[in-house]
Ligand binder design. Structure first.
Ligand code: ADP
Length: 550
């Protein structure tokens, strides 16, 4: 049976008394009281049995009791029965009072059926009592003339008091029953609501359990102390986690940045952040455990807040190791191919230069120039691919020394001036202060040249590219701003991804492989700086590099 008990279940009768209907119980009580009165009357005034009144009263009470007994069986559903039985009891007392030898005080016996009628018959019962009471009052009033002394007084007072007392008793029972019924209704209503709420909660709980257990991603419930409270089947059944609790797996584990593979400081670790109640999405990292292979994982977390109180966190964890291994395979392949292309390309370039140094017919020279341009593009692409490979494997070696960013920017502008002029683009370096930083000059120049080259490549014909170098607090800032067509914000968010090119770049003939900005970001991060790219369609784009001043 469910834990939700119903009102009916609790109200089920038990025991002999409970098995009798309320009517029969009430009637047996009345019969008992009446029997006592009759015994007393028989002892004190045996002459009362000479008249017809007591016999009539006994006949009526027998009928009433018989009906009440039938109410246990065939008349169980007769809804007039509970009212008729006390009404007959009232009649019984009226008949008793018909005998002049019966004392008037017996009228007080009528209070019992009057209450009873008020309880079961409600307003109807009150009317019956009023009728009976008035009849008794009138009967007593008629006797006033024949009686004398205290009997006369008793008849006079009784004529007024009996109807009033009986009606008052019935009214009291009626209103009391009304109040009880109202309270019962309110209680039942509340119980019904609570039952419905409990059922809803049980359904919600079952739904959550099902979702928790059927989710394909691993789900983890952490308490506010960071202890694992619960994990779903996906996580528990994970090959690397099988037969071990999450605590055992996570203790001694180190978390590494996805790209640089640098160790994430303990307090910045994903599980510590989740236990702190931070919200984050798709945080990707490597999990390194002693003696085990690395696992790549993405994790999202949300705090569990119940009535304003922090109760822990729910984290979803997805294993992306296979995906990362595929990316690594791709990178290895690209690195291998670019490495193999480099030597023949160097040879082609060398022999091309030799050929161009010779006296050759003009049309052959123009063909060779085209070959040289494309060979240069191919070499630049191969160089980019090799750098990407080096960086991905963490093999980027920097040789930092004191460098003035302004001077590097001047040289980059000078190198690219020729290309800007060819496109009719105005390339300007704004005046400003020196900005000394500790940097690998060759790599920094590569970053600035890449940003300026992008400005020239992607701006409109006759557009402009402005390079600004400034000092802002502890940082040196380089900004490359163009007034080209720009790209959508959603695309601008992705320009630092490897091989990403915006739709306009893919559709145009502008050469590129989508690696330049990824390389820039890796170099800037390796210098402890940051890089941002903003763009607005129709207005232009701005790339901003921030490096700590030396
Ligand atoms: P690519 O070799 O394609 O230039 P990058 O990594 O340098 O690769 O740039 C990635 C993409 O970002 C480009 O393909 C281009 O769509 C967009 N982009 C970069 N710089 C600008 C710019 N100044 N204006 C508009 N789009 C740009």
């Amino acid at each position: 049976m469910s834990t939700i008990e119903t009102a009916e279940a609790r109200e089920r009768p038990h025991g002999i008394a409970a098995a009798l209907t309320e009517t029969l119980r009430g009637q047996l009580l009345s019969v008992g009281v009446l029997a006592l009165v009759l015994i007393v009357l028989t002892v004190v005034a045996p002459g009362v049995w000479d008249g017809p009144w007591l016999w009539a009263a006994v006949a009526v009470v027998v009928v009433a009791t018989g009906l009440a007994a039938l109410g246990q069986g065939p008349l169980y559903d007769a809804n007039w029965l509970p009212v008729l039985v006390p009404a007959l009891d009232l009649l019984t007392i009226m008949l008793l009072l018909g005998d002049p030898a019966v004392p008037r005080i017996v009228a007080m016996l009528a209070v019992v059926p009057a209450f009873w009628l008020g309880f079961v018959g409600r307003r109807r019962g009150v009317w019956i009592v009023a009728l009976g009471g008035v009849a008794m009052g009138v009967a007593m009033a008629l006797r006033i003339a024949d009686s004398a002394g205290t009997t006369r007084t008793a008849n006079a007072v009784g004529a007024v008091l009996v109807p009033l007392a009986l009606v008052a008793a019935a009214l009291f029972a009626d209103s009391y029953t009304g109040r009880i019924e109202q309270q019962q209704r309110a209680l039942l209503e509340r119980e019904r609501e609570q039952t419905a709420m409990a059922r809803q909660l049980a359904a919600d709980g079952a739904l959550l359990d099902t979702v928790f257990e059927t989710a394909r991603v691993g789900l983890l419930l952490l308490d506010p102390d960071g202890q694992v409270q619960r994990m779903n089947g996906t996580l528990a059944g994970h090959p690397a986690l099988a037969n071990a609790s999450a605590d055992a797996v996570l203790s001694g584990a180190q978390f590494l940045e996805l790209e640089s593979r640098q160790v994430i400081p303990k307090l910045e670790g994903p599980f510590v952040r989740a236990a702190r109640g931070e919200s984050f999405d798709n945080l990707a990292f490597w999990v390194e455990r002693p003696g085990e292979d690395l696992i790549a994982v993405t994790m999202s977390s949300r705090p569990l807040i119940v009535e304003g109180e922090f109760r822990g966190s729910i984290a979803s964890i997805d294993d992306i190791t296979r995906y990362m291994r595929m990316l690594e395979d791709r990178d290895d392949f690209v690195a291998l191919v670019s490495h193999e292309l480099r030597t023949p390309l160097t040879s082609i370039s060398g022999y091309l230069e030799l050929a161009l140094d010779e006296e050759v017919p003009a049309d052959v020279r123009s063909w060779l120039e085209i070959v040289r341009r494309n060979t240069d593009r191919l070499r630049a692409l191969v160089e980019d691919l090799l750098i990407v490979g080096e960086m991905s494997r963490g093999e980027l070696h920097l040789h930092p020394h004191d460098v003035d960013v302004r001077q590097v920017a001047e040289q980059a502008v000078a190198t690219l001036e020729h290309r800007a002029r060819r496109r009719g683009v105005a390339l300007r370096l704004a005046d400003g202060p020196a900005a000394p930083v500790q940097a690998d000059e060759r790599r920094l120049a590569q970053v600035l040249e890449n940003l300026i080259s992008n400005g020239i490549k992607y701006t409109r014909d006759d557009g402009s590219v402005d390079v600004v170098v400034e000092v802002d607090g502890p940082d040196a800032i380089v900004r490359v701003v163009d007034d080209g067509p720009g790209i959508e914000a959603a695309e601008a968010d992705r320009v630092f991804e490897r091989f990403y090119r915006a739709s306009s770049a893919r559709a145009s003939a502008v050469p590129g492989a989508g690696l330049g900005l990824w390389i820039c970001r890796s170099i800037v991060h390796a210098h402890g700086g940051s890089i941002a790219f903003e763009s607005e369609p129709g207005t232009g784009s701005a790339a901003t590099v921030r490096l700590p001043l030396s």
